[in-house]
Design a protein around this ligand. Sequence first.
Ligand code: CMP
Length: 504
Amino acid sequence: MPTSEFQRKAVFFVFFAGSLILILFALPFAESWIKDYFALHYGLVITPEGRAVAVDGNAVGKMTDTTVSMVVNMLHVFKIVFWMALIISVVRFLGYLIFGTAFRSAGQTEISSLLRTVLSMIIYIVSFFIIFQSQYPDVQLAPLFTGSAILGIVVGLALQDTLGNLFAGIALQADQPFQVGDVINLGTRGTGVVESVSWRGVKIRTFQNKLLVISNAVLGKETIEVAPRGNLNARTVNFETSYSDSPARTIQVVREAVRQVENVSQKIRPVVRIRNLGTDGLEWEVKFWLEDYTKHNDTDALVRQRIWYVFQREKIGFSFPTRTIHIEPKSVETPFEEVRETITDRFSNLPIFAPLSDEEIEKLTRASNVRVYAPGENIVRMGQEGNSMFVIVRGSVKVQIPENGHPKTVNTLKENDFFGEMSLLTGQPRSATVVASEETEVVQIRKQALKPIFESNPQLVSAICEIVEERREILVSNTPAEAEAVNQKGAGVMRLIKNFFGLS
Ligand code: CMP
């Protein structure tokens, strides 16, 4: 508070209040002078009730009585007016001293305005009652306010909104959700800096320099977001970089750049983090804390500007809508040729296919295809029908049968092993579930491709029969149900195969 302002107010108060006190001192003298004047010139005595009586005790004329009572009443009114003026000036000056200096220096500016108004009003009303009663002891003011129900209703209705605002304002002050100078956000109504809190409402200076006036009653029902003045309030600014730029480097340079922006607090280090791995690039946010939140729009803009400059210097690129197109070079061999070569290669090296001629291998290859399975994926499932067998090209599989409700691994097969031959050759449901242990590539051979080959290669049938027998034995020792099936069919695997394929 500038001292000159205080001095100016103090001098004015002393002068004004002093003048009023002098006038109030002078008034009784004026009264007695008037009384003397009437007694001397008109032979009248003025009673304490303000009536005129002749010195000899006789009644006076109506005109004289009225004139005298007017003069006396004028004196009373003067007294009331001057006393009230004195009280108002004292209250205002004290209000200025207490709320304008003591509260402000204690950082309690928000309570000054409303409290000051409410307290002043109470003092004025009480003072008026006292002064009025001292001048007119016979007039009863209290019943005027307490006795009249109609007056009460009329005043109540007329003051409904005003009183609503007043009490909402008092509640707001008791709660103190914000103070003068805080930035508040009222959603759709707007955002701005609180300029004043009065008994009627709150004035907010928006960032477009407009004044938003909201009544306390309305404000009491709103959800208010407050950025307190003394608090380090945070902001976030978003940006995107391309995938080719190192995140660690981006964090470092952005943090340093933002740190140096004016109004960004030095007390807390800005946080730079990846919000999302977006379609066009890395989506970032930088969070920083402001010394003065009222300047957040300017600070945000400055932060964006600094990021641009630092990116220019450090050769970091902002992302923009990007689509990466890979153009695959034309292969020397067709994909089919490549696959066919792999399959032929595999089949030639399989011991069970050793009896087959090159031509037969070629035929088998043509009727096969390559499939890739993910780790944990079922390649064949126990109990299902099966009309193809598989040779493992890459990876490994687990052969599983259920035991007590859980899968039990009875064997593990690797590269160059085959499976699925049992159903394919006998027409029975799959005897086990085969699961890929890792990413596994297999060649699938269908029944139709095998039939002509079996016809011309009886050794192949018996070689496969041997393996099927061996595998069945393992299954028998693990599952009673399978043992039953084997017993029923005896050594009839060969017979089953021949039947199924219609071989003689
Ligand atoms: P299939 O019954 O068609 O389907 C499941 C396959 O698991 C089966 O053929 C065999 O190829 C294979 N299989 C079953 N038992 C064993 C075992 N003990 N060892 C290796 N492979 C087996």
